[in-house]
Design a protein around this ligand. Sequence first.
Ligand code: URP
Ligand code: ZN
Ligand code: ZN
Length: 469
Amino acid sequence: MMMDLVIEKGLIVTGAGVFEGDVGIRGEKIAAVASTGMFPEAASRIDASGMYVLPGAIDTHAHIEEPFQGCVPEEDWTQATRAAARGGTTSVFNFVIQEKGRALADLIQTHKARAGRLSLIDFNFHGVFTDFSDLDAATAEIPRLFDLGVTSVKQFMIYSREGLATDDWALYNIMREVSAQGGIVGVHAENCAIGEGLTARLAGMGRTRATDWPRAKPPFVEAEAAQRAAMIAEFAQANLYIVHTSTRDAVQIIGGFRARGLPVFLETCPHYLTFTEERLSAPDGKYQVVSPPLRRREDVDALWKALAEGTISIVGSDHNAYGRKDKDPGYERSGFMGVANGQPGILEILAILHSEGVRNGRISLPRMVEVSSTNAAKMFGIYPQKGTIAPGSDADLVIFDPRKEATLGSNLYEAADTSFYEGMRVTGFPVATLVRGRVVVRGGELLAGPGSGRFVAAAVRPGMYAGIR
Ligand code: URP
Ligand code: ZN
Ligand code: ZN
């Protein structure tokens, strides 16, 4: 069979294993995968000798173009997704936060149109309800989200000052309706009253340095909310996804729910796998104020163990690009109270999983693929179109050089001027990224333009959450 493109002689990695061979691509799809030399006819070829060929990463957690806590990111969809593609991410789930009084589904349509004009990678959304003044109206909207191809909702359990916090009754009702549609509810799990109470008390004592931030939201704040969300989900017979998990305690608690076979899943982020709260003592520590805060060494170790064992199923970035121009004066004025929570990270998922995880023997290569791609595709209804290397799947592929050295930091971004990873050296980095058969980045050069990314519709099907680990 004549191929448009063959990626040959690479080590092809899927969740199922690693084998040397060739990937044959026709149009936007993978046509066949075979041992080397089986596709003699091809319009073009890429030699991947010595490289890994991975399914593109799917970032489950991004805040592209999202205003938050008084800051508006300067980075737009094009700049964010150029960074994503450089880092080997080929699809992203971005949040769409409801404007009170406005239909969430309408806003998703607006974001879909904008991302369609600007994105270089494929995209979908998690809806976020914020208007609980008429719960019936909110839940009545949920089937419309599914009609649009959005099968997940994420709710904040904290951020009352920002008007985002969801109380337990609203959460329960949203869970019931999303699960009736066969979808999944994500939560930002932090105890609102105690997290915000401790934060205010510290602020009242003038203790608002970056190094004080972990005391504002100690592990209890996450663990209690995670447990409560899981109990509400069990009662509501709902599928639950707890985002950006940062603590050993939450892992232990949710591990118990998972051991009972309940559809409760955990996400963590590269920064929680890399840094402890000591990162907040650095000269640029004020930029590292994120929620939940960076934690202790025992938490980092517990997250890696949970990732390897299947208690944590997904690594998403929690990408935010709020800049120094907002954070500097805010921190000057009121310490951590004045800093929009969040840091960029859309580029580093594969680099960190490989350099910190695979190279240090904490996870295997197939596990790196599962937690960066396959599980996300399954959880959010785009598998097997995305998330694997198989005939019929989209040719979303990363050619990853396991020996390539790179220095991470804001220098790798166009419009983010702070980073967790400033100056951090990693071994292993993507050298080419393809989205639907089209080379978007190769050797650092960008070969696709704004609008080459496309909305990927999600759909639910029976049993889709079974077996994700
Ligand atoms: O610090 C964070 N995570 N900022 C973004 C908003 C959120 O909570 O995900
Ligand atoms: Zn969050
Ligand atoms: Zn987030």
